[in-house]
Structures are given as C-alpha cells and as structure tokens.
Design a binder for this molecule. Structure first.
Ligand SMILES: Cc1cc2nc3c(=O)[nH]c(=O)nc-3n(C[C@H](O)[C@H](O)[C@H](O)COP(=O)(O)OP(=O)(O)OC[C@H]3O[C@@H](n4cnc5c(N)ncnc54)[C@H](O)[C@@H]3O)c2cc1C
Length: 477
C-alpha cells in the first residue's frame, strides 16, 4: 500500500510499500498506517480539540528506533509531531497527515536509591515516575496530574506540588539523552553539550527527541500534609484575600494554589461540592506531615467552607487527586497563563469577577503560588526565564461541545488579557494554547532576553526547523 504524508513544505508525498518495509526493518516497535489494526489503539491525545489524524505512526521501543524514525522522516522531508505523554494543551500532541512519533512504549523508569537519581524514558507519565520513586520515599519534582507526560512537562519547565521547596522539574534535571534532527544522539548535561542542556530546560521540543531524562530526586513522602478546602463562590473576595495573606507567610515547604471551578459529581468528593460553583484552595507541605498540618491550619480556618478534605495523605494520592476530572480525550481545552509579581487587589478583583462569570462549568481560573526555590535560579541560568514572579495566573478553558469553541476561547482570551495587563509580561508556555494562532505565539514573551540565545542554539542543532510542531523557536531569529 501507499500512504500520503504531509511534508515540511506543507505539500503531500507518497510513501510506497517498499519504503514502508524499509522503515519497518529498522524499527522494533510499531510502524502503523491508518489501515493497520493497531492504529486505533494508539494512546489518544489529551485535548479533544486536536485528536490528530497522522498518516504514519511510529511507536519506538527504544532510542535506536527513534534514530531510525528521525532519519527516515528527515530524508523524506516529512512533517513530524513528537508525543511524550500527549497532554499538550496547545494541541501539539499529534498532526494531521504527517508522521507521529509516539513514545508511549518508552515508559521505563529506573531509580538509583543510593545516588537518589531517577532515569526516565521520554514516553513515561508522571504516574509511572512517582510509582517508582515513591517506593524509595523520593520524588522527582513534576506536575499535579499523573497522566501528564514527564517529557513535555519537563521541557517546558514543570511546576508541581513541591516546586517552592525543590524548584521546577528542569531545576532537578541532571542530564538528558537527545536524538537531534541530524539523527545524532547527544548527551545534554552541565559537562556535555552545555548549550543544549541550557536550551532544553524550558525551550520545549525544539532541539530534538529526548529519549531519557535523569533527575535528582528529593526525599518527600510517602505521607504529606495536604490541604483541600472548598468554598462557595459567593465568598470569593474574602477567600481570595485571606488565601493571599496566608500565602505571604508560608515557608518554601508549602506549594499552594487557589482556583474557581465547578466539578461534576464523583464518589471521591463530598456531595456538597458536586456541580456547585466554588473556590478551591489547595496546598502541600513537603516536609514533616504533622508540622505541615499546623502550617495549613489557617487556610482551613478561612470562612465557612462547603467541604474540607485536608489531612495527611500519601503523596501518590495527592498526585492522582485531580486525575478523574482531566481524562484524556474528553475535554476541549484552551488555556492561557500569565505571571504576576503579586496578587494585588486590582488583580484579585478581575479574578473574582471572572470566577463569577465563567462560560462553562469546567473552566478554571487558577492562581499558583510560585517563588521559593524557583526564584533562586537566575533568569539566564536556564532557557525558562521567569524567576522573579510570586504568582502565576492560569485561565484554563475546558469544555465538551465543539459548538462552544468560539464562546469559551474568546472568553479565555479576554480574561487572560485583563490579567496579563497587570503581569510581568511573561507567560508559561506549558499553559499556552494556540488554536488559530501561529505556534510561535507567546514564545517571545516567555523567553524574553533568552530568545536570542535559544534561536542561535536552534540554528546549531536544528537549522531547518525540522522540529516545528512545538512552541516554536525560529532558527537564527
Ligand atoms: C490536565 C493537565 C494538567 C497539567 N498539569 C501540569 C502541571 O501540574 N504542571 C505543569 O508544569 N504543566 C502541567 N500541564 C501542562 C503540561 O506540562 C504540558 O501540556 C506538556 O506539554 C505535556 O507534556 P506531554 O509529554 O504530556 O505532552 P505531549 O503532547 O506529548 O508533548 C507536548 C510537546 O512537548 C514536546 N515533547 C513531548 N515529548 C517529547 C520528547 N520526548 N522529546 C522532545 N520533545 C517532546 C513536543 O514538542 C510536543 O509537542 C498540564 C496539562 C494538562 C492537560
């Protein structure tokens, strides 16, 4: 059979049987066309707006397969999407007509308990990593939904429940193995290709396919103090202000957030919060749980909550607590984020007004407490450059019906624009959807003065912009 595949030039090319057979001979994993029975079983993308319909899927079993797939795609000028966990909110987990390199089979995780490091393959999910590290009472800092890919999350920064004590995922990255556009495998670390190492810590998938990451682990858990308190939206002004004032006093062991949303009924949540617009406050203390429960007590004393599920919890329980509300392939998503120096009264007024007037139940308006260890890294030490803001506000549009696309997207843009006016000018690319915009949107704001260096490194490792389905850095720009 012959498959028609989209090229880097945006035109179509035919890949015939012979060429497919040649590719198959070099790949131990799967090479799938839409005609193959396994095609339908490929793990879906998170964002239901962008399921993708690739003409060719390669599911490598290891680095050797990745090299072969990249060489094949480059030699034939094919447009390639790289999928780690598939959670791109920008919809860049797949491609229509091109080649999808889906790393799902490469989900191995190997902990070295003595060195307190973990080596994680490029298709592993946070849940895969936490399962292994927690067996040794360790974590590699990542994100808060266990179904998210370690790869995309890390390459964009990676902020989770221990961020203020231990920094972003990239701040704990020791090295990575990268298959670059020329098919060469490079180690990126402080000692080996340090420019590449700098660039992949925030610069996304622009520089190659990361087949494995090695992280420094931290001692956290197995039990941590967790705060989860739910308030009626009517009390928003009071709750937001008291939360902000409490957050100003907490040590770095606390990472915290406040948001508004409406969650569907679930057997895992108290009935008082089912389908009720509410303000959620959440926090984790990454040290001694008993001490942590004391520090989160003032948060639990705010107002008259609808429900309070706080308590000492297994760390893996915290990491999976939100999973059921973010099932892959079920929600359409359009998110925008912005960093702010502080949650000033004018910003809180905007957030509260938006909290009361969301276009869909599942839209979140969240403020993440940042700072701590994140801000102890210099703005030019890694490609990720926002190292001074204390908060990130994210407007997360989530909905089900395609008929609501325009309504929710324009609301998110409007709400984001209002907050962004008060922001540092920077944004978080992992929370940056593009919809009808170019994939370069947000890149300049996110990288600021680091962009020039990133463009030069992109020119070194990917001069033809082979890796372009990402928050794209134009070579030499
Ligand atoms: C429900 C949900 C919860 C989230 N929670 C958090 C959170 O708590 N903290 C946080 O920081 N972010 C969070 N995110 C954002 C998340 O970090 C980004 O969407 C990230 O891109 C997801 O990575 P992935 O590997 O799953 O995605 P993918 O869609 O597989 O990849 C996204 C992009 O990363 C690149 N990429 C992926 N794998 C590789 C690889 N192995 N080598 C090279 N490039 C690669 C590609 O350019 C790809 O387009 C969340 C997203 C969702 C949808």
């Amino acid at each position: 059979m012959t498959v028609t595949v989209t090229t880097l030039k945006g035109v179509e090319t035919k890949i015939g049987n012979e060429m497919l057979d040649e590719l198959r001979m070099t790949i131990r994993g799967d090479v799938l066309t839409p005609e193959d029975p396994g095609y339908a079983g490929v793990r879906s993308a998170y964002n239901a707006m962008y399921p993708g319909r690739p003409s060719l899927v390669v599911r490598p079993s290891g680095t050797a397969d990745v090299i072969s797939a990249i060489n094949f795609a480059r030699e034939n000028g094919l447009l390639v999407a790289v999928r780690g966990g598939g959670h791109s909110v920008a919809g860049l987990s797949s491609v229509d007509g091109g080649l999808l390199l889906d790393l799902a089979r490469m989900n191995g995780v190997d902990v070295d308990p003595e060195a307190r490091t973990v080596r994680v393959q490029g298709g592993a999910l946070i849940g895969d990593m936490d399962h292994e590290t927690q067996a040794f009472g360790l974590v590699a800092p990542s994100g808060v939904v266990s179904d998210t890919g370690v790869a995309g999350l890390t390459l964009g920064g990676g902020e989770g429940w221990v961020r203020r004590q231990y920094g972003l995922a990239i701040d704990n990255l020791l090295s990575a193995q990268v298959v670059c556009a020329d098919g060469q495998v490079r180690t990126a670390s402080a000692d080996s290709n340090p420019d590449l190492f700098w660039a992949i810590r925030g610069g996304g998938g622009n520089f190659g396919v990361v087949t494995s990451f090695t992280f420094q682990c931290r001692p956290v858990g197995p039990t941590v103090a967790f705060a989860g308190v739910f308030h009626p939206v009517e009390d928003a002004e009071n709750v937001y202000r008291q939360f902000r004032d409490w957050a100003a006093t907490v040590p770095d062991e606390i990472s915290a957030l406040i948001g508004c949303t409406t969650l569907p009924a679930s057997e895992h949540t108290p009935p008082q919060i089912h389908n009720v617009p509410m303000i959620v406050t959440g926090a984790v203390y990454s040290g001694d749980p008993e001490e942590g429960m004391k520090i989160i007590q003032p948060l639990r004393d705010i107002g008259t909550p609808l429900a309070d599920i706080s308590g000492p919890l297994p760390f893996v329980g915290v990491q999976t607590a939100f999973d059921e509300f973010f099932r892959r392939g079920t929600l359409r998503s359009y998110w925008k984020s912005t960093f702010v120096e502080d949650l000033t009264d004018p910003i809180l007024d905007i957030i509260v007004a938006k909290a009361r007037n969301r276009p869909h139940d599942r839209v979140f308006v969240i403020a993440f407490l940042m700072g701590g260890a994140i801000n102890r890294v210099g703005a030019t030490d890694t490609a990720y450059s926002e190292r001074s803001a204390k908060w990130m506000v994210s407007i997360d549009g989530n909905w089900e019906d395609a008929a609501d696309d325009d309504k929710v997207i324009s609301w998110v843009r409007g709400a984001w624009g209002e907050v962004h006016e008060h922001g540092t000018g920077s944004l978080y690319l992992n929370f940056n959807s593009v919809a009808d915009e170019a994939v370069t949107v947000g890149v300049e704001s996110a990288f600021g003065s680091n962009l020039e260096r990133l463009a030069a490194i992109k020119t070194t490792y990917d001069p033809d912009n082979f890796f372009r389905l990402n928050n794209n850095i134009t070579p030499g720009a």
